[in-house]
Design a protein around this ligand. Sequence first.
Ligand SMILES: Nc1ncnc2c1ncn2[C@@H]1O[C@H](COP(=O)(O)OP(=O)(O)OP(=O)(O)O)[C@@H](O)[C@H]1O
Ligand SMILES: [Mg+2]
Length: 227
Amino acid sequence: MAELGIEVKDLNFRWANGETVIKSCSLRIPKGEFWMLLGTNGSGKSTLLRLLAGLLAPESGDIQVLHPVGFVFQNPDHQLVMPTVGADVAFGLVEEKLPIAMVRARVKEALGAVNLLSLQRRPIYALSGGQKQRVAIAGALARQCEILLLDEPTALLDPDSQMELVKSVRQLVKSRGITALWVTHRLDELDYCDGAFLLEKGSLLDKGEPEPLKQRLMQLHNGGVKE
Ligand SMILES: Nc1ncnc2c1ncn2[C@@H]1O[C@H](COP(=O)(O)OP(=O)(O)OP(=O)(O)O)[C@@H](O)[C@H]1O
Ligand SMILES: [Mg+2]
């Protein structure tokens, strides 16, 4: 069987207030594949991503994830820590103790992938929300991670930037053999993934290849609005 990047078996999680938000969740993503995670607000997508990254501890179940893990939070203000765009992307490389020329090359490649090369010297406070989101993504891309978890990375982007970003992240992830899980509400992004999961009320309701899943989701949606 193909090597797995992410494997979750019978995962359960509840918050301190007793609310169970992940219920008997099992999923597998083969190494090097680019998968998406869909589901309505509050279905548990961000919680599941945090569990995969080890930021939360499960109540029960088993999580096997290759390391290191890169994480892009739903709100970029939660992860941008340096004063300028270039410095922030370079910050994540400190642990790798690379020669300065290599750091520059990685920062350039990552900023190129999110189409922000021209803003390398810009202060973080002088960026729009969508630009901040792309800096956060570049920070994760610059590190040599095995796994990339992205929580609604296109939520703040206009439609052109959205499709550009999904294409370039897919290209970079594929060229490096990274296993990625990308949370989204936008069905048009499904065209760029290898497969997708649908989470509802903490349980996986559906999964599979993008096109048939997209059709099922559209039917579900149309069914919901018909009289
Ligand atoms: N720190 C917390 N303490 C208690 N409950 C929380 C906490 N964070 C989230 N929740 C609850 O857990 C459930 C799942 O939240 P989560 O953020 O994982 O949803 P989501 O699918 O990412 O939603 P969205 O699409 O809005 O981002 C929600 O009912 C939410 O209110
Ligand atoms: Mg969320």
